[in-house]
Write a protein that binds this ligand. Sequence first.
Ligand SMILES: [Mn+2]
Length: 475
Amino acid sequence: MSEQVKKPIGITETILRDAHQSLIATRMPTDMMLPILQKMDRVGYHSVECWGGATFDASLRFLKEDPWERLRKIREGFKNTKLQMLFRGQNILGYRPYADDVVYNFVEKSIANGIDIIRIFDCLNDLRNLQAAVDGTNKIKVREGRGHAQIALSYTLGDAYTLEYWTTMAKRIEEMGADSICIKDMAGLLVPYKATEMISAMKSVTKLPIQLHTHYTSGVASMTYLKAVEAGVDVIDCAISPFALGTSQPATEVMAETFKGTPYDPGFDQNLLAEIADYFRPYRDESLASGLLNPKVMGVDIKTLLYQVPGGMLSNMVSQLKEQNAEDKYYDVLREIPRVRKDLGDPPLVTPSSQIVGTQAVFNVLMGERYKMATKETKAMLRGEYGQTVNPMSQEVIDKVIPGEERITCRPADMIENEMDKLEAEMKEWKQQDEDVLSYALFPQVAVDFFKYRQAQQEKMDMTQADTKNAAYPV
Ligand SMILES: [Mn+2]
C-alpha cells in the first residue's frame, strides 16, 4: 500500500464484555463501567463490545442485575460510539435452540435497548442456524435505519478447514445478506502468517468488511493482528491494557501505537487511552488481590497450540477429572478429545460444542470403554439437533449411541414451534417489562430467582420511602 492511501483500521474495545469474561469470569458490575463511559466515547472506537451470553447470565445469576438495564445505561453513556453484542445464533444467548419468534424478538429488543452491531455465530458454522438472526436484524435496519448483522465464523484447525472452506463461507455469508464477517478465533489458534493467507484469500472473494477476533492465550495474537491488518483486515478486537493479554485480547494502546504514522493509524489519543487504563488498573489490582483474577491466565499457554483446545475447555476438563479423583487421566483425555471431535464430524470447539466434546471425552476415558455412556448433548448432536457438521459423523458411533433413532437433516429450528406466548404465560406473574420474558426464555430458573430478588428489593425500597415520608411529615 502506498503511503498516500490511508486505510485507518477500526478497533473494537472488549473491556465491557470479552476482556472481563476471559479474565475475571464476567464479574465486572455495571457500577464499575458507568463512570468511564464518557471518556471511552471520545476515543473513536469502531465499536464497544458490551453484551453477550456470559454477561447476560452473570448479571442475573451472580451480580443480581438486570442485563437490560445495564444495556440501557451503557447506551446512555455512549452518544457517539456503536455498541456491539455477541449472539449464539439460534441459541441466542442461551444453551438450547429457540424458535424463530424468540430469535426475532430478542434481536428487536437488543437493538431497541441500544445495540448497533450484532455478531452472530454458530458452534458448527452451520449458516442455517444464523439466518433467522440475520433476517431479524435486517428487518429492523429497513424499518429503523439501525442494526448491523455480522456473521462470525468460528475459527478452527483440521483437514476440512482449508482456505477453500473459508472463502466459500465468506461468499455464502455475503449472499445471506450480512453486513460484515468476523473471524472468531476463540482459542488463539490463528498464527501470523496463516492470518496473511486467510485474510488475503477472503478479501479476494468478498467486499464485506472483515473483522478479526482473537485471544492472547497462545502469545501470538498481536503479531497475528499485524499480519492481518497488512493483508487488509478492517477491524480488530482489543482490550484496554489492564484487562488485556493472557486469555483476553491484545492491548488497545499497543495496537494503536503499532500503527501510528502508518496508513492504518486509527488516530487514537494515547493520553486519553492512558486515562482509561488508569481507571481500570485499580480494579485489576483488586481482582488480583481477591483471587478473582488468577495470575495463571495472564501468561502464555502454549498447550492451546499443541492440543488445539480452547483454554476454558482445558480448565473445565481439569475440574471434571478432579471431581472424579482422576487427575492422572489428563493426557488420556487430551488424546481422546480429537478422536471424539472426529466422531462428531470435526466441529469447531466453541460453546456449546466444546463442552459436548470435552465432557464426552472425559466419559470415554473414565468408563474405560468409548461411548459406553453418552451425554444427552452428545446424543442430540448425533441426531443432528445442533445442525450440520463439516464432515460426516461416525456411523459406528451413531449405531452405538442412538441405534435406530431418526436423525434430522433440516434446519433444526424448523422443528421448533413458536414459543413466545407459552414462555410469557409461564412467567407472567413476574413480568415488569417485555424484556423480562426474554430473560426468562434464556435462563428460566436464574431469571425467576432474579425476579424474586428484584421484587423483594422493590418492596424494601417502598418501606424505606414510606418511613422517610413518615419521619419527614410527622402527624
Ligand atoms: Mn472471544
